[in-house]
Write a protein that binds this ligand. Structure first.
Ligand SMILES: Nc1ncnc2c1ncn2[C@@H]1O[C@H](COP(=O)(O)OP(=O)(O)OP(=O)(O)O)[C@@H](O)[C@H]1O
Ligand SMILES: [Mg+2]
Length: 511
């Protein structure tokens, strides 16, 4: 019989207005991959923060027993010393520093106070190799994509002596290929005897790699399953998670697509902001009609986000050429304001950096992008602001005790919903959604899909970027494939499937 490496017993944790954990029990066996699953706000991240000492001893109730010893961690350093290493849901790398500097931050390879750079670089290179990243250790974090940053986080964890690795949604930012690499990596670590706890909303991958699955709902343990022994299916987990069955993953839609092209991008070319010789996007042509949902499929690094951001008021790139047309007339967006004024909104994939002011309230974040709507003669009408924010909170089902809660205190998935609400409030004609359901649980995904369908039915035009091909296939009327900065296909719903999309997404152009 396997040994138990970790036991968390009767864990309860309360925040003002929220009982995040209510007598949770978790038992993890030595050498297994143990998945933790549950709706947004179920308490997964909080439980792991209790385990790792982010929420220190004394701020929760219950016991933590690791390797047969009772633990009372005062901070994260104490848990790390025992080999418990957590990679948080929100990446914590410093953009201005290099990969190597980030990996060894606080753990510098130094002697007599002098950092041994040669050693740092060599070890970084070895760690990057372990996670399958071919990057220069001296590259700055801000110049690499979110997916690559996730792998750097894992490399950083490996630089410490890990016995129990906790990954809070490590693949939510990754496309299928990269996710698979990461999960294979976990299986490799498992062979070497490492234990891991994996939090994810992607049920398929959890069923594939994990040995046991614990389901949390509303801060309580619902059940722990052995994946093989219990012949576990997605349907069982979903039912446990949301407390009811979910027959369809995609809601019904009333089509209202008009022939009128609302937004068009022509001959759009963009260069790298720092290396202006490097062309990121080449002669992009895309359009979207009124009431249409158009998808953009592409691998990490294909230029999807760069395309969206360069269109959205030149938020990305240099030497941008090409034309934009709104309702048949040429428009120029010098900045984000111009884009918003012309009825274009962009829901960013990176909510921390571009989407939210985390220290501010849910209400202020929701109304921020359209303050005119809640102002009279340029003076903020606070009661109107409250009404509008309340209504959005209900509509998109944001889980927070009140609209005055700071967004930093919301669960990851609920922060994502605030970003979506913020841009919906600008009442745009064209809504560009970049990974709109990243980190969102299956039940809430359905709600967001329903909202997107409703917006399309009202005559909005939607451009949807997603790494999840089933999501694009389930939602879009038309899908563009993007590969190495070029549009390689424009497929009608009827001609698109995973295989054809994948072929166009991997089409190479040589050099
Ligand atoms: N620092 C905090 N202050 C106040 N409330 C908090 C804090 N951290 C978490 N909460 C609340 O505790 C509950 C559980 O949040 P938690 O982040 O653990 O959810 P989760 O299961 O990780 O969800 P997700 O899948 O969205 O990441 C939520 O209601 C959240 O708003
Ligand atoms: Mg979480």
């Amino acid at each position: 019989m396997a040994e138990t490496i970790l036991e968390m017993k009767g864990i309860s944790k309360t925040f003002p207005g929220v009982k995040a954990l209510d007598n949770v029990n978790l038992k993890v066996e030595q050498g297994e991959i143990h998945a933790l699953i549950g709706e947004n706000g179920a308490g997964k991240s909080t439980l792991m923060k209790v385990l790792s000492g982010v929420h220190p001893f004394g701020t929760y109730e219950g016991d933590i027993i690791f390797e047969e010893t009772e633990c009372q961690f005062k901070d994260i350093n104490e848990s790390e010393k025992l080999g418990i290493v957590i990679i948080h849901q929100e990446l914590a790398l410093i953009p201005e520093l290099s990969i190597a500097e980030n990996i060894f931050l606080g753990n510098e390879q130094a002697k007599n106070g002098i950092i041994n750079w040669k050693k740092t670089i060599i070890e970084t290179r070895q760690l990057l190799e372990k996670v399958g990243l071919k990057l220069d250790p001296e590259e700055k974090i801000k110049n690499i994509g979110v997916g690559q940053q996730q792998l750097v986080e894992i490399a950083k964890a490996l630089s410490k002596k890990v016995k129990l690795l906790i990954l809070d949604e490590p693949t939510s930012a990754l496309n299928e290929e990269d996710s698979e690499n990461l999960l294979n990596l976990l299986l490799e670590f498992k062979k070497q005897g490492m234990t891991s706890i994996l939090i994810s909303h992607k049920l398929k991958e959890l069923l594939k790699v994990s040995d046991s699955i614990t389901v949390l709902r509303d801060g309580q343990t619902i059940e722990t399953y052995s994946v093989k022994g219990d012949k576990l299916t997605e349907a069982t987990i979903i039912k446990d998670m949301v407390g009811r069955e979910l027959a369809n993953l995609f809601p019904e839609r009333n089509y209202n697509i008009q022939d009128r092209v609302v937004f068009e991008v022509k001959n759009w070319s963009v260069h790298h902001p720092l290396d202006t010789e490097k062309q990121i996007l080449h002669d992009i042509q895309i359009h979207v009609k009124q009431g249409e949902i158009v998808g953009i499929a592409g691998l990490m690094g294909a230029g999807r986000t760069e395309l969206a951001m360069s269109i959205f008021g030149k938020s990305y790139g240099k030497k941008i050429t090409g034309q934009l047309f709104k309702d048949g007339e040429e428009v120029t967006f010098k900045n984000v304001n111009d884009a918003v004024k012309n009825g274009v909104a962009y829901v960013s994939e990176n909510r921390k950096e571009y989407g939210l002011i985390l220290i501010d309230s849910v209400k202020n974040n929701l109304t921020l992008a359209n303050l005119q709507e809640v102002a009279k003669n340029n003076i903020l009408d606070t009661s109107k602001e409250v009404v509008e924010a309340e209504s959005l909170k209900t509509k998109i089902n944001i889980k927070a005790p009140t609209i005055h809660q700071r967004t930093i205190n919301l669960s990851g998935g609920n922060q994502q919903k605030v970003v979506l609400g913020k841009w919906m409030f600008t009442n745009p004609d064209v809504l560009i959604l970049d990974e709109p359901t990243r980190g969102i649980d299956v039940g809430a995904k359905f709600e967001i899909y329903k909202l997107i369908n409703e917006l399309a039915e009202q005559g909005k035009s939607i451009i949807m970027i997603s790494s999840e091909l089933p999501e694009l296939l389930g939602m879009c009327d038309r899908i563009y494939a993007l590969s190495e900065g070029r549009i390689t296909a424009n497929l009608d719903k009827s001609e698109a499937n995973q295989e054809t999309l994948m072929t166009y997404m991997t089409q190479s152009w040589g050099s």
